[in-house]
Ligand binder design. Structure first.
Ligand SMILES: [Zn+2]
Length: 376
């Protein structure tokens, strides 16, 4: 199933022909505030902006990492005092890697000009943060990006900066491939390294962590074998890891607003998922096909026929010929449940092969299955 998700992610990328910045090193991230400075690094103002997505450095996990020129107030402004010092240092360390870039000169000056730069920006941020307006508070918790006051594009969006991020990423990948080249179990190639790093968060898993959940993760030695450490056990190359994460995140979030009329006759926009249906508060099912055709099952779940839903779910369990409609190749249906202690297991039983999501009980003694998926 990871392979099908990865293929979906790759085909979604192939469809973005109007975007020149589709690369493993980059990812669109939300931005909710601009930190405006002068070309000599003096603080000019903070500008709240409507949530929008902006191309930036891709980081595979938030913990212990900072993103180049686009991050939260703790990282950018050391908001929160001593508790944020480590995060802020990570942000400065990241800047130092790219310090030879001319585009960064004003930002480096901003951090050196304590009084007219960072200190003034932090003071204004703290003042803004004193508001009771929940909407403003939410924006203030989002990502901040730098902009020179006389320019329209943000510094992290500049061509030279994005290219430098790609170059840095490719150099690191080449070094890793030179040190060790392993075949990826998903694409079967050795074009990209297999690394013991998080593959990236899966967002909007029902009842999951807000920062996202790891779909494949070896976070305890009990799951390791052949003396391999962490995610090296899963043998998924960095490219397939990024694309399966992109594919699954797209399935969980894709949708559009439709105008609906409520009981009182009021018309309002309602967001409708195109590839996802929720079951209760802790389970979601996602649907897709290899060629991205519309799926009847989604409508079936809106206007359920008890018999058909039962047949569909039973078909996953039984794999019998009479239920074959839901088992045809090209049609994929995994069930997603919260993955609290993050384990993905694949069994090797009878056809079709099974994988199951589960979580480890708190004493670590056993893995409790929470949901299942089928690989056809
Ligand atoms: Zn691969």
């Amino acid at each position: 199933m990871i392979k099908e998700l990865s293929e979906l992610g790759k085909s979604l990328r192939a469809g973005k022909t109007d975007n020149p910045w589709v690369h493993d090193a980059l990812k669109d991230e939300p931005i909710s505030m601009e930190l405006v400075i002068t070309s000599t690094g003096e603080f000019n103002g903070l500008q709240l902006i409507e949530d929008l997505l902006t191309p930036s450095e891709a980081i595979t996990a938030k913990k212990g990492k900072a993103r180049l020129l686009l991050d939260k107030p703790e990282e950018v402004l050391c908001f929160g005092g001593d508790a944020s010092r480590k995060k802020h240092q990570l942000f400065l360390d990241k800047l130092a890697i790219y310090k030879s870039l001319g585009e960064l000169i004003p930002v480096i000056a901003f951090y050196e000009n304590n009084v007219t730069g960072i200190d003034r920006a932090l003071a204004e941020f703290v003042e803004l943060y004193a508001t009771d307006d929940k909407k403003v508070r939410k924006r203030l918790a989002g990502n901040i990006g730098f902009r020179i006051h006389s320019e329209s594009s943000r510094i992290h969006e500049k061509q030279n900066v994005l290219q430098a991020v790609i170059d840095e990423y490719e150099t690191t990948q080449r070094d890793q491939l030179a040190a060790s080249s392993k075949k990826c179990s998903i694409c079967g190639k050795t074009d990209f390294p297999v690394e013991d790093i998080p593959h990236g968060p899966i967002k909007r898993v029902p009842d999951g962590q807000t920062a996202g959940c790891a779909l494949v993760s070896y976070n305890a030695t009990a799951f390791e074998s052949y003396e391999l450490k962490g995610n090296n056990n899963s043998s998924i190359c960095t490219n397939c890891a990024k694309t399966y994460v992109e594919g699954l995140n797209w399935l969980l979030s894709s949708g559009n607003e439709k105008l609906v009329t409520d009981k009182k006759g009021k018309t309002k926009p309602l967001f409708r998922y195109t590839n996802r249906r929720n079951f209760g508060s802790d389970t979601a099912m996602v649907f897709w096909t290899r060629n991205n055709q519309a799926l009847d099952e989604i409508d079936l779940l809106d206007a359920p026929s008890a018999g058909e839903v039962a047949t569909m779910l039973e078909s996953l369990v039984s794999g019998k010929e009479k239920d074959a409609y839901y088992l045809v190749p090209e049609r994929f249906t995994p069930v997603l449940c919260p993955v609290r202690r993050r384990v993905l297991r694949f069994g090797t039983g009878s056809k079709p092969a099974w994988g199951s999501f589960g979580y480890q009980s708190s004493n670590g003694s056993k893995t409790l299955p929470l949901g299942c998926m089928i690989r056809i």
